[in-house]
Write a protein that binds this ligand. Structure first.
Ligand code: FCB
Length: 491
Protein backbone atom coordinates (compact mmCIF):
# COMPACT_ATOMS: atom_id res chain seq x y z
CA UNK A 1 0.00 0.00 0.00
CA UNK A 2 1.38 3.35 -1.00
CA UNK A 3 -0.47 5.64 1.36
CA UNK A 4 1.59 7.97 3.49
CA UNK A 5 0.23 8.51 6.98
CA UNK A 6 1.43 12.14 6.98
CA UNK A 7 -1.89 13.50 5.73
CA UNK A 8 -3.47 13.28 9.14
CA UNK A 9 -0.96 15.66 10.68
CA UNK A 10 -2.28 18.89 9.20
CA UNK A 11 1.04 19.48 7.47
CA UNK A 12 0.97 22.16 4.79
CA UNK A 13 -0.44 20.90 1.48
CA UNK A 14 1.70 21.16 -1.63
CA UNK A 15 0.97 24.23 -3.74
CA UNK A 16 0.74 22.44 -7.08
CA UNK A 17 -2.34 20.30 -7.67
CA UNK A 18 -2.02 16.52 -7.32
CA UNK A 19 -5.11 16.14 -9.53
CA UNK A 20 -5.40 16.14 -13.33
CA UNK A 21 -6.66 19.44 -14.79
CA UNK A 22 -9.93 17.85 -15.92
CA UNK A 23 -10.59 16.08 -12.60
CA UNK A 24 -14.30 16.37 -11.80
CA UNK A 25 -15.11 17.67 -8.31
CA UNK A 26 -18.71 17.21 -7.33
CA UNK A 27 -21.20 16.51 -4.60
CA UNK A 28 -23.83 13.79 -4.44
CA UNK A 29 -27.42 13.37 -3.27
CA UNK A 30 -30.27 10.92 -3.84
CA UNK A 31 -33.90 11.59 -4.69
CA UNK A 32 -35.70 10.07 -1.71
CA UNK A 33 -33.19 11.54 0.71
CA UNK A 34 -33.70 15.17 -0.37
CA UNK A 35 -36.74 15.76 -2.56
CA UNK A 36 -39.74 15.47 -0.25
CA UNK A 37 -43.01 16.24 -2.09
CA UNK A 38 -43.70 12.55 -1.77
CA UNK A 39 -47.32 12.82 -2.82
CA UNK A 40 -47.01 15.86 -5.09
CA UNK A 41 -46.63 16.33 -8.81
CA UNK A 42 -48.10 12.93 -9.61
CA UNK A 43 -45.43 10.92 -7.82
CA UNK A 44 -46.38 7.36 -6.85
CA UNK A 45 -45.27 5.62 -3.66
CA UNK A 46 -41.94 3.81 -3.46
CA UNK A 47 -40.79 1.09 -1.09
CA UNK A 48 -39.22 3.74 1.17
CA UNK A 49 -42.54 5.56 1.56
CA UNK A 50 -43.96 2.25 2.69
CA UNK A 51 -41.13 1.12 4.96
CA UNK A 52 -40.78 4.49 6.66
CA UNK A 53 -44.39 4.11 7.86
CA UNK A 54 -43.70 0.78 9.54
CA UNK A 55 -43.39 1.47 13.28
CA UNK A 56 -39.78 1.08 14.42
CA UNK A 57 -38.30 0.84 10.92
CA UNK A 58 -36.81 4.35 10.90
CA UNK A 59 -35.39 6.26 13.86
CA UNK A 60 -37.97 8.71 15.27
CA UNK A 61 -40.52 7.48 12.73
CA UNK A 62 -38.99 9.88 10.19
CA UNK A 63 -40.11 9.73 6.56
CA UNK A 64 -38.99 11.34 3.31
CA UNK A 65 -42.36 13.12 2.92
CA UNK A 66 -40.74 16.56 3.17
CA UNK A 67 -37.00 15.80 3.53
CA UNK A 68 -34.99 18.85 2.37
CA UNK A 69 -37.93 20.03 0.25
CA UNK A 70 -35.56 19.98 -2.71
CA UNK A 71 -38.54 19.46 -5.04
CA UNK A 72 -39.52 23.05 -4.33
CA UNK A 73 -36.11 24.49 -3.48
CA UNK A 74 -34.09 22.96 -6.33
CA UNK A 75 -33.21 26.31 -7.91
CA UNK A 76 -31.74 27.51 -4.62
CA UNK A 77 -29.80 24.24 -4.35
CA UNK A 78 -28.38 24.70 -7.83
CA UNK A 79 -27.26 28.17 -6.70
CA UNK A 80 -25.44 26.53 -3.78
CA UNK A 81 -23.72 24.12 -6.17
CA UNK A 82 -22.64 27.02 -8.36
CA UNK A 83 -21.35 28.89 -5.33
CA UNK A 84 -19.38 25.80 -4.29
CA UNK A 85 -17.88 25.94 -7.76
CA UNK A 86 -18.25 22.22 -8.38
CA UNK A 87 -17.95 20.90 -11.90
CA UNK A 88 -20.21 17.92 -11.25
CA UNK A 89 -23.38 16.95 -9.40
CA UNK A 90 -24.52 13.38 -8.83
CA UNK A 91 -28.28 13.14 -8.41
CA UNK A 92 -30.77 10.34 -8.68
CA UNK A 93 -34.13 10.13 -10.40
CA UNK A 94 -37.08 8.97 -8.38
CA UNK A 95 -38.51 6.20 -10.56
CA UNK A 96 -41.97 6.54 -9.02
CA UNK A 97 -41.97 10.29 -9.73
CA UNK A 98 -41.41 9.81 -13.45
CA UNK A 99 -43.31 6.52 -13.80
CA UNK A 100 -45.57 6.17 -10.76
CA UNK A 101 -46.34 2.48 -11.11
CA UNK A 102 -42.88 1.43 -12.27
CA UNK A 103 -44.30 0.46 -15.66
CA UNK A 104 -46.83 2.03 -17.96
CA UNK A 105 -47.24 5.70 -18.69
CA UNK A 106 -44.75 8.35 -17.67
CA UNK A 107 -45.76 11.23 -15.43
CA UNK A 108 -44.96 14.35 -17.51
CA UNK A 109 -44.79 16.58 -14.43
CA UNK A 110 -42.13 14.36 -12.89
CA UNK A 111 -40.09 14.24 -16.08
CA UNK A 112 -40.37 18.03 -16.33
CA UNK A 113 -38.92 18.42 -12.84
CA UNK A 114 -35.72 16.62 -13.84
CA UNK A 115 -35.56 18.34 -17.23
CA UNK A 116 -35.63 21.73 -15.52
CA UNK A 117 -33.08 20.68 -12.93
CA UNK A 118 -30.70 19.29 -15.55
CA UNK A 119 -31.07 22.38 -17.70
CA UNK A 120 -30.29 24.63 -14.73
CA UNK A 121 -27.19 22.56 -13.93
CA UNK A 122 -25.94 22.75 -17.47
CA UNK A 123 -26.54 26.49 -17.61
CA UNK A 124 -24.17 26.75 -14.64
CA UNK A 125 -21.62 24.51 -16.31
CA UNK A 126 -22.26 21.67 -13.84
CA UNK A 127 -21.97 18.19 -15.34
CA UNK A 128 -24.80 15.89 -14.21
CA UNK A 129 -24.11 12.31 -13.19
CA UNK A 130 -27.54 10.72 -13.01
CA UNK A 131 -28.29 7.58 -11.04
CA UNK A 132 -31.41 5.77 -12.19
CA UNK A 133 -31.88 3.67 -9.06
CA UNK A 134 -30.92 4.86 -5.62
CA UNK A 135 -33.10 2.37 -3.70
CA UNK A 136 -36.59 3.76 -4.27
CA UNK A 137 -38.42 0.98 -6.14
CA UNK A 138 -42.00 1.86 -7.12
CA UNK A 139 -44.24 0.09 -4.61
CA UNK A 140 -46.32 -1.57 -7.35
CA UNK A 141 -43.24 -3.44 -8.52
CA UNK A 142 -42.47 -4.59 -5.00
CA UNK A 143 -46.06 -5.81 -4.68
CA UNK A 144 -45.31 -8.00 -7.71
CA UNK A 145 -42.21 -9.47 -6.03
CA UNK A 146 -39.71 -6.61 -6.23
CA UNK A 147 -36.10 -7.38 -7.07
CA UNK A 148 -36.69 -11.05 -6.29
CA UNK A 149 -38.84 -11.11 -9.45
CA UNK A 150 -37.00 -11.19 -12.77
CA UNK A 151 -39.65 -8.98 -14.38
CA UNK A 152 -38.37 -6.04 -12.31
CA UNK A 153 -35.11 -6.09 -14.29
CA UNK A 154 -37.06 -5.70 -17.54
CA UNK A 155 -39.23 -2.96 -16.06
CA UNK A 156 -36.04 -1.15 -15.04
CA UNK A 157 -34.69 -1.36 -18.59
CA UNK A 158 -37.94 0.14 -19.92
CA UNK A 159 -37.66 2.97 -17.42
CA UNK A 160 -33.99 3.52 -18.37
CA UNK A 161 -34.96 3.63 -22.04
CA UNK A 162 -37.69 6.16 -21.29
CA UNK A 163 -35.29 8.39 -19.37
CA UNK A 164 -32.70 8.24 -22.15
CA UNK A 165 -35.44 9.24 -24.60
CA UNK A 166 -36.82 12.05 -22.44
CA UNK A 167 -33.61 13.51 -21.04
CA UNK A 168 -31.16 12.62 -23.81
CA UNK A 169 -27.88 14.47 -23.88
CA UNK A 170 -28.72 16.54 -20.81
CA UNK A 171 -27.12 13.65 -18.89
CA UNK A 172 -23.35 13.30 -19.03
CA UNK A 173 -23.09 9.98 -17.20
CA UNK A 174 -25.85 7.43 -16.66
CA UNK A 175 -25.36 5.37 -13.53
CA UNK A 176 -27.72 2.42 -13.47
CA UNK A 177 -27.64 1.34 -9.82
CA UNK A 178 -26.36 2.74 -6.56
CA UNK A 179 -24.90 0.12 -4.22
CA UNK A 180 -26.85 -2.97 -5.28
CA UNK A 181 -25.29 -4.68 -2.24
CA UNK A 182 -27.58 -2.59 -0.03
CA UNK A 183 -30.63 -3.06 -2.24
CA UNK A 184 -30.28 -6.84 -2.21
CA UNK A 185 -28.96 -7.75 1.22
CA UNK A 186 -30.21 -4.92 3.45
CA UNK A 187 -33.51 -4.86 1.58
CA UNK A 188 -34.24 -8.58 1.28
CA UNK A 189 -32.05 -10.43 3.84
CA UNK A 190 -31.68 -8.37 7.03
CA UNK A 191 -34.59 -6.12 6.10
CA UNK A 192 -33.20 -2.95 7.66
CA UNK A 193 -33.76 -1.21 4.34
CA UNK A 194 -36.86 -1.23 2.15
CA UNK A 195 -38.70 -3.38 1.36
CA UNK A 196 -37.80 -4.79 4.78
CA UNK A 197 -37.95 -8.46 3.85
CA UNK A 198 -35.96 -11.12 5.70
CA UNK A 199 -35.68 -13.81 3.05
CA UNK A 200 -32.07 -14.74 2.27
CA UNK A 201 -32.97 -16.72 -0.85
CA UNK A 202 -34.84 -13.69 -2.20
CA UNK A 203 -31.76 -11.57 -1.49
CA UNK A 204 -29.64 -13.75 -3.78
CA UNK A 205 -32.29 -13.58 -6.49
CA UNK A 206 -32.28 -9.80 -6.01
CA UNK A 207 -28.49 -9.74 -6.47
CA UNK A 208 -28.85 -11.41 -9.84
CA UNK A 209 -31.84 -9.40 -10.98
CA UNK A 210 -30.05 -6.17 -10.09
CA UNK A 211 -27.01 -7.27 -12.10
CA UNK A 212 -29.32 -8.20 -14.96
CA UNK A 213 -31.19 -4.91 -14.66
CA UNK A 214 -27.92 -3.04 -14.96
CA UNK A 215 -26.95 -4.82 -18.18
CA UNK A 216 -30.41 -4.50 -19.74
CA UNK A 217 -30.51 -0.81 -18.85
CA UNK A 218 -27.08 -0.04 -20.32
CA UNK A 219 -28.14 -1.75 -23.53
CA UNK A 220 -31.44 0.16 -23.61
CA UNK A 221 -29.77 3.52 -22.99
CA UNK A 222 -27.23 2.94 -25.75
CA UNK A 223 -29.94 1.87 -28.17
CA UNK A 224 -31.47 5.32 -27.71
CA UNK A 225 -28.22 7.25 -27.30
CA UNK A 226 -25.36 5.38 -28.98
CA UNK A 227 -22.71 7.66 -27.47
CA UNK A 228 -24.14 7.58 -23.93
CA UNK A 229 -21.64 7.16 -21.12
CA UNK A 230 -22.69 4.51 -18.63
CA UNK A 231 -21.57 3.40 -15.19
CA UNK A 232 -22.64 1.59 -12.06
CA UNK A 233 -21.79 2.54 -8.48
CA UNK A 234 -20.73 -0.17 -6.03
CA UNK A 235 -19.97 -0.03 -2.32
CA UNK A 236 -17.05 -2.40 -2.50
CA UNK A 237 -15.93 -3.57 0.92
CA UNK A 238 -12.30 -3.16 1.95
CA UNK A 239 -11.78 -6.18 4.19
CA UNK A 240 -9.32 -6.86 6.98
CA UNK A 241 -8.82 -10.31 8.53
CA UNK A 242 -8.86 -10.39 12.35
CA UNK A 243 -5.71 -12.51 12.35
CA UNK A 244 -3.27 -14.22 10.02
CA UNK A 245 -5.01 -17.59 10.50
CA UNK A 246 -6.19 -19.66 7.57
CA UNK A 247 -9.69 -19.65 9.07
CA UNK A 248 -9.85 -15.85 9.02
CA UNK A 249 -8.42 -15.73 5.50
CA UNK A 250 -11.24 -18.01 4.44
CA UNK A 251 -13.83 -15.84 6.20
CA UNK A 252 -12.42 -12.90 4.26
CA UNK A 253 -12.65 -14.81 0.99
CA UNK A 254 -16.28 -15.65 1.70
CA UNK A 255 -17.27 -12.07 2.54
CA UNK A 256 -15.29 -10.70 -0.40
CA UNK A 257 -17.42 -13.00 -2.54
CA UNK A 258 -20.77 -11.81 -1.15
CA UNK A 259 -19.79 -8.16 -0.92
CA UNK A 260 -17.62 -7.55 -3.96
CA UNK A 261 -17.10 -10.40 -6.42
CA UNK A 262 -20.80 -11.27 -6.76
CA UNK A 263 -21.15 -7.88 -8.48
CA UNK A 264 -17.73 -7.37 -10.10
CA UNK A 265 -17.85 -10.90 -11.57
CA UNK A 266 -21.05 -10.65 -13.61
CA UNK A 267 -20.73 -6.92 -14.36
CA UNK A 268 -17.10 -6.83 -15.47
CA UNK A 269 -16.03 -10.41 -16.16
CA UNK A 270 -19.31 -12.03 -17.24
CA UNK A 271 -19.34 -14.75 -14.58
CA UNK A 272 -20.40 -15.56 -11.04
CA UNK A 273 -17.53 -16.70 -8.82
CA UNK A 274 -17.77 -20.45 -8.27
CA UNK A 275 -16.94 -20.13 -4.57
CA UNK A 276 -19.91 -17.79 -3.97
CA UNK A 277 -22.26 -20.28 -5.59
CA UNK A 278 -20.77 -23.05 -3.44
CA UNK A 279 -20.87 -20.99 -0.23
CA UNK A 280 -24.57 -20.18 -0.73
CA UNK A 281 -25.69 -23.57 -2.06
CA UNK A 282 -27.66 -24.30 1.13
CA UNK A 283 -29.82 -21.23 0.46
CA UNK A 284 -30.17 -21.15 -3.31
CA UNK A 285 -29.31 -23.17 -6.40
CA UNK A 286 -29.05 -19.92 -8.41
CA UNK A 287 -31.40 -21.35 -11.03
CA UNK A 288 -32.62 -17.78 -11.57
CA UNK A 289 -29.45 -17.24 -13.66
CA UNK A 290 -30.64 -18.06 -17.16
CA UNK A 291 -28.70 -18.83 -20.34
CA UNK A 292 -27.37 -15.64 -21.85
CA UNK A 293 -27.81 -13.54 -18.71
CA UNK A 294 -24.08 -13.18 -18.11
CA UNK A 295 -23.59 -11.73 -21.56
CA UNK A 296 -26.19 -9.11 -20.69
CA UNK A 297 -24.80 -8.24 -17.27
CA UNK A 298 -21.35 -7.55 -18.70
CA UNK A 299 -21.52 -4.31 -20.67
CA UNK A 300 -18.63 -2.00 -21.53
CA UNK A 301 -18.56 0.78 -18.93
CA UNK A 302 -17.17 4.30 -19.16
CA UNK A 303 -16.58 4.58 -15.43
CA UNK A 304 -16.90 2.39 -12.36
CA UNK A 305 -18.36 4.40 -9.47
CA UNK A 306 -16.87 3.65 -6.07
CA UNK A 307 -18.54 4.61 -2.80
CA UNK A 308 -16.23 4.46 0.18
CA UNK A 309 -16.70 5.27 3.87
CA UNK A 310 -14.74 2.80 6.04
CA UNK A 311 -13.26 -0.68 6.30
CA UNK A 312 -14.60 -4.02 7.56
CA UNK A 313 -12.89 -6.58 9.78
CA UNK A 314 -13.89 -10.25 9.67
CA UNK A 315 -13.17 -13.39 11.67
CA UNK A 316 -14.30 -17.00 11.41
CA UNK A 317 -16.65 -17.59 14.37
CA UNK A 318 -15.13 -19.93 16.92
CA UNK A 319 -18.49 -21.04 18.23
CA UNK A 320 -18.08 -19.51 21.68
CA UNK A 321 -20.63 -16.98 22.88
CA UNK A 322 -22.66 -14.90 20.43
CA UNK A 323 -21.09 -13.96 17.07
CA UNK A 324 -20.17 -10.29 16.86
CA UNK A 325 -22.07 -8.52 14.06
CA UNK A 326 -20.54 -5.02 14.03
CA UNK A 327 -20.63 -4.57 10.24
CA UNK A 328 -21.73 -0.93 10.42
CA UNK A 329 -25.40 -1.60 9.67
CA UNK A 330 -28.44 -1.86 11.87
CA UNK A 331 -29.11 -5.42 12.84
CA UNK A 332 -32.22 -7.62 12.83
CA UNK A 333 -32.60 -11.27 13.67
CA UNK A 334 -31.44 -12.11 10.14
CA UNK A 335 -27.93 -11.32 8.91
CA UNK A 336 -27.48 -9.51 5.60
CA UNK A 337 -24.54 -11.87 4.96
CA UNK A 338 -26.33 -14.78 3.35
CA UNK A 339 -25.11 -18.23 4.43
CA UNK A 340 -22.29 -16.61 6.41
CA UNK A 341 -23.59 -16.84 9.96
CA UNK A 342 -20.22 -18.26 10.97
CA UNK A 343 -18.43 -15.06 10.04
CA UNK A 344 -18.03 -12.37 12.67
CA UNK A 345 -17.71 -8.65 11.97
CA UNK A 346 -15.46 -7.06 14.54
CA UNK A 347 -15.26 -3.41 15.55
CA UNK A 348 -12.26 -1.57 14.12
CA UNK A 349 -10.05 0.90 15.95
CA UNK A 350 -11.10 4.55 15.83
CA UNK A 351 -11.51 7.30 15.18
CA UNK A 352 -15.17 6.72 14.37
CA UNK A 353 -17.85 8.89 12.83
CA UNK A 354 -21.32 9.38 14.30
CA UNK A 355 -22.39 6.28 12.35
CA UNK A 356 -19.84 4.29 14.36
CA UNK A 357 -17.87 3.74 11.13
CA UNK A 358 -14.08 3.69 11.48
CA UNK A 359 -12.07 6.33 9.67
CA UNK A 360 -9.39 4.75 7.49
CA UNK A 361 -8.45 6.85 4.43
CA UNK A 362 -5.74 4.38 3.40
CA UNK A 363 -8.53 1.91 2.60
CA UNK A 364 -9.68 4.18 -0.20
CA UNK A 365 -6.22 4.35 -1.78
CA UNK A 366 -5.96 0.59 -1.51
CA UNK A 367 -9.37 0.02 -3.09
CA UNK A 368 -8.71 2.33 -6.03
CA UNK A 369 -5.33 0.75 -6.68
CA UNK A 370 -6.70 -2.79 -6.39
CA UNK A 371 -9.41 -1.99 -8.91
CA UNK A 372 -6.92 -0.34 -11.22
CA UNK A 373 -4.65 -3.38 -11.10
CA UNK A 374 -7.52 -5.77 -11.80
CA UNK A 375 -9.27 -3.62 -14.44
CA UNK A 376 -6.53 -1.35 -15.82
CA UNK A 377 -8.64 0.00 -18.68
CA UNK A 378 -11.63 0.97 -16.56
CA UNK A 379 -11.68 4.60 -15.37
CA UNK A 380 -12.83 5.08 -11.78
CA UNK A 381 -14.71 7.81 -9.96
CA UNK A 382 -15.36 8.16 -6.24
CA UNK A 383 -19.12 8.69 -6.38
CA UNK A 384 -19.60 8.97 -2.61
CA UNK A 385 -17.37 9.68 0.35
CA UNK A 386 -18.11 11.66 3.46
CA UNK A 387 -18.86 11.53 7.16
CA UNK A 388 -21.63 12.06 9.67
CA UNK A 389 -20.83 14.00 12.82
CA UNK A 390 -22.91 15.89 15.34
CA UNK A 391 -23.18 19.47 14.11
CA UNK A 392 -24.10 22.66 15.94
CA UNK A 393 -25.17 25.91 14.31
CA UNK A 394 -23.75 29.00 16.02
CA UNK A 395 -23.95 32.68 15.22
CA UNK A 396 -20.68 34.25 14.11
CA UNK A 397 -20.84 37.76 15.57
CA UNK A 398 -17.85 38.97 13.55
CA UNK A 399 -19.34 37.96 10.20
CA UNK A 400 -22.99 38.24 11.19
CA UNK A 401 -23.78 34.82 9.69
CA UNK A 402 -24.61 31.38 11.06
CA UNK A 403 -21.70 28.93 11.09
CA UNK A 404 -21.16 25.20 11.65
CA UNK A 405 -17.60 24.45 12.74
CA UNK A 406 -17.46 20.86 11.50
CA UNK A 407 -13.73 20.38 11.76
CA UNK A 408 -13.97 16.61 12.10
CA UNK A 409 -15.79 16.43 8.75
CA UNK A 410 -13.24 18.75 7.15
CA UNK A 411 -10.43 16.51 8.40
CA UNK A 412 -12.24 13.42 7.12
CA UNK A 413 -12.70 14.93 3.68
CA UNK A 414 -9.15 16.27 3.58
CA UNK A 415 -7.65 12.88 4.44
CA UNK A 416 -9.82 11.01 1.93
CA UNK A 417 -9.17 13.49 -0.86
CA UNK A 418 -5.47 13.04 -0.07
CA UNK A 419 -6.00 9.28 -0.27
CA UNK A 420 -7.42 9.73 -3.78
CA UNK A 421 -4.39 11.84 -4.69
CA UNK A 422 -2.16 9.01 -3.44
CA UNK A 423 -3.97 6.53 -5.64
CA UNK A 424 -3.61 8.81 -8.66
CA UNK A 425 0.09 9.30 -7.92
CA UNK A 426 0.49 5.52 -7.84
CA UNK A 427 -1.16 5.15 -11.24
CA UNK A 428 -4.91 4.71 -10.65
CA UNK A 429 -7.13 6.29 -13.32
CA UNK A 430 -9.53 8.26 -11.11
CA UNK A 431 -11.63 10.82 -12.97
CA UNK A 432 -13.67 12.46 -10.25
CA UNK A 433 -14.70 12.73 -6.61
CA UNK A 434 -18.22 13.42 -5.32
CA UNK A 435 -18.54 14.33 -1.67
CA UNK A 436 -21.48 12.84 0.18
CA UNK A 437 -23.41 14.94 0.62
CA UNK A 438 -24.32 18.36 -0.67
CA UNK A 439 -26.66 18.75 2.29
CA UNK A 440 -27.94 16.94 5.35
CA UNK A 441 -30.73 14.57 4.39
CA UNK A 442 -32.85 11.51 5.19
CA UNK A 443 -30.28 8.90 6.16
CA UNK A 444 -32.47 5.86 5.49
CA UNK A 445 -33.12 3.78 8.62
CA UNK A 446 -31.48 6.53 10.70
CA UNK A 447 -33.91 9.17 9.47
CA UNK A 448 -32.75 12.73 10.10
CA UNK A 449 -30.65 11.74 13.12
CA UNK A 450 -27.42 11.52 11.09
CA UNK A 451 -26.05 14.50 9.20
CA UNK A 452 -23.62 14.03 6.28
CA UNK A 453 -24.05 17.38 4.54
CA UNK A 454 -21.61 20.16 3.73
CA UNK A 455 -24.70 22.32 3.99
CA UNK A 456 -26.64 22.13 7.25
CA UNK A 457 -30.40 21.78 6.81
CA UNK A 458 -32.77 23.11 9.45
CA UNK A 459 -35.60 20.67 8.84
CA UNK A 460 -38.48 22.74 10.29
CA UNK A 461 -37.70 25.70 7.99
CA UNK A 462 -35.64 24.07 5.23
CA UNK A 463 -32.97 26.71 5.69
CA UNK A 464 -29.50 25.78 4.38
CA UNK A 465 -26.36 26.95 6.21
CA UNK A 466 -22.86 26.45 4.87
CA UNK A 467 -20.71 24.39 7.22
CA UNK A 468 -16.96 24.90 7.34
CA UNK A 469 -16.67 21.79 5.16
CA UNK A 470 -18.51 23.64 2.38
CA UNK A 471 -16.10 26.57 2.55
CA UNK A 472 -13.22 24.11 2.61
CA UNK A 473 -14.55 22.17 -0.37
CA UNK A 474 -15.12 25.36 -2.39
CA UNK A 475 -11.49 26.26 -1.80
CA UNK A 476 -10.33 22.80 -2.87
CA UNK A 477 -12.39 23.01 -6.06
CA UNK A 478 -11.15 26.53 -6.82
CA UNK A 479 -7.47 25.84 -6.24
CA UNK A 480 -7.10 22.14 -7.03
CA UNK A 481 -4.87 21.78 -3.99
CA UNK A 482 -5.86 20.25 -0.69
CA UNK A 483 -6.48 23.05 1.82
CA UNK A 484 -5.61 22.72 5.49
CA UNK A 485 -8.37 22.30 8.06
CA UNK A 486 -8.12 25.91 9.20
CA UNK A 487 -8.54 27.21 5.66
CA UNK A 488 -12.19 26.21 5.97
CA UNK A 489 -13.45 29.78 6.27
CA UNK A 490 -15.73 32.02 4.23
CA UNK A 491 -13.53 33.35 1.43
C1 FCB B 1 -24.49 5.16 1.13
C2 FCB B 1 -25.72 5.57 0.35
C3 FCB B 1 -26.09 7.03 0.52
C4 FCB B 1 -25.90 7.50 1.94
C5 FCB B 1 -24.50 7.15 2.43
C6 FCB B 1 -24.21 7.63 3.83
O1 FCB B 1 -24.53 3.81 1.38
O2 FCB B 1 -25.55 5.31 -1.01
O3 FCB B 1 -27.42 7.20 0.08
O4 FCB B 1 -26.88 6.99 2.75
O5 FCB B 1 -24.33 5.76 2.39
Amino acid sequence: MSTTPGHATGAAAPTSSPFPADFLWGTATAAYQIEGAAAEGGRGPSIWDTLSRVPGAVVNGDTGDVACDHYHRWAEDVDHLARLGVGGYRLSISWSRVQPGGSGPLNPEGVEFYRNLLDALRERGITPYVTLYHWDLPQELEDAGGWANRDTAYAFAQYARAMATELGDRVEMWTTLNEPWCSAYLGYASGVHAPGRTEPAAALAAVHHLNLAHGLAVRAIREVLPAAKCSVTLNLHVLRPASGSAADADALRQIDGLANRVFLGPLLDGEYPADVLADTASVSDWSFVQDGDLEITRQPLDVLGVNYYSTTRVRRFTGEGEPVRADGHKTTTVSPWVAADDVEFLPLPGPHTAMGWNVEPAGLTELLLDLHRTYPDLPLAVTENGASFEDTVVEDPALGIARVHDLARVAYLRDHVAAVADAIAAGADVRGYFAWSLMDNFEWAYGYSKRFGMLHVDYPTGERTWKNSAYWYARLVRTGRIPGVFEAQPA
